[in-house]
Design a protein around this ligand. Structure first.
Ligand code: ZN
Length: 382
């Protein structure tokens, strides 16, 4: 565990109808970044109306794609510059899932600095003074709304780059916006938040506070994920998931992530496995691997007992076994089995070589080398 101050730069505005509070958070000219699905759901029109009622000038860019690449950020930046003609717009509002928020973050980084996204791989590469960003998530998963990284595909290779800028100044969490998520999005994004919470609780880079925030996020997800899947209109459960995803985002800002994310990225890049599904399906296997280290087993055991997954007096071994079983149950509840379908086991060697080069692997609580990754992939591939 490291001893560093907990970075929390994002104000959280939480509650039903919180969308109406966006106009009070921004200046009198706004560049709104969103995507066609959010427009179709009617959320963008609602936010535009709220802003215009508050006499805010709005320029809407609604072409943010899923899994944005460098060229998508540049297209957004062009639109921002055209809207800014004469005088730079000081506020960007991102309305959508992690992809729209990441596109907006990338746009803010390039507008503030220069160059291309590939220049900003790593932590805190650009201190974005202006334009400032307000994030309004419509999914409960990525936690992009409370952290400073934008995940952007590299031009040409498609390699996912974690580009480090400045976290949004505010995250507006309105559970009503998440009611329009289809079940498969609720499921995959929930698994992403779950994985963020579990990985951030134990990384090498964690602090006492980031581990506690991750644990809190897990507790909320553990108590409400099944409920949002069974009762998608339950606003209390939706609010808990949305809040938990944002807290998990805060936790990973400070803790970073682990081997489940290292394994998932190549699965998404080469086989199109949805990120949340990929991290969720490999997570129990990664936890079961990590607990071979005695000290790390104790960490997970405490995590399991603290969150009532295991009884207070359970042994470390039983507490960890209970945690892995609970994770498998949540993955099953989300509609996925223990095997990642559609990816042949023969791909394990190639995937392992790539997973070992992933940035997040270094933060995993135990070392994971190519041989370990090969074995882990063989366990989860069919
Ligand atoms: Zn993730």
């Amino acid at each position: 565990m490291e001893d560093r101050p907990f970075e929390r730069r994002t104000e959280i505005v939480l509650g039903r109808g919180a969308l109406a509070r966006v106009p009070a958070l921004v200046g009198d000219r706004v560049f709104l970044v969103t995507d066609p699905g959010v427009v179709a759901a009617g959320h963008a029109a609602r936010l535009e109306a709220l802003l215009r009622d508050a006499e805010t000038e709005v320029h809407c860019y609604d072409r943010s794609p899923p899994n944005p690449g460098e060229e998508d950020v540049e297209a957004c930046l062009d639109a921002y510059r055209r809207a800014s003609a004469g005088e730079a717009i000081q506020w960007i509002v991102a309305l959508g899932g992690g992809s729209a928020i990441d596109t907006a973050k990338g746009c803010a980084m390039l507008a503030c600095a220069s160059g291309r996204m590939a220049d900003y791989v790593g932590r805190g590469k650009v201190d974005v003074v202006s334009p400032k960003l307000v994030a309004v998530p419509t999914t409960a998963g990525t936690g992009s709304e409370t952290q400073s990284f934008a995940l952007i595909g590299e031009r040409g290779t498609g390699r996912k780059m974690a580009c480090g800028g400045t976290a949004p100044v505010a995250a507006v969490l309105d559970p009503e916006l998440t009611l329009t998520m289809p079940r498969h999005v609720t499921a995959a994004s929930g698994l992403d938040a779950l994985t963020h919470a579990v990985e951030a609780a134990v990384t090498r880079r964690r602090t006492a506070e980031s581990a506690a925030v991750a644990s809190e996020a897990f507790r909320m997800i553990n108590g409400s994920f099944e409920r949002v899947l069974a009762e998608p209109n339950d606003l209390n459960a939706r609010e808990a998931m949305l809040h938990a995803a944002a807290l998990a985002g805060l936790a990973i800002e400070n803790s970073m992530l682990g081997a489940a994310h290292s394994m998932a990225n190549p699965l998404t890049r080469h086989y199109g496995v949805v990120h949340g599904q990929a991290v969720g399906q490999v997570l129990p296997t990664v936890v079961a691997h990590n607990v071979h280290d005695h000290a790390v087993r104790r960490l997970y055991a405490d995590f399991s007992r603290d969150n009532d997954v295991a009884d207070r007096d359970a042994t470390d071994k039983d507490a960890v076994r209970g945690l892995v079983a609970r994770l498998r149950a949540l993955v099953r509840e989300a509609g996925f089995g223990p095997k990642v379908l559609g990816v042949p086991a023969s791909a394990a060697n190639e995937l392992a070589a790539e997973a070992a080069t992933q940035w997040t692997a270094q933060f995993n609580p135990v070392d994971v080398d190519v041989r370990d990754f090969k074995r882990l992939y063989r366990e989860v591939l069919s």
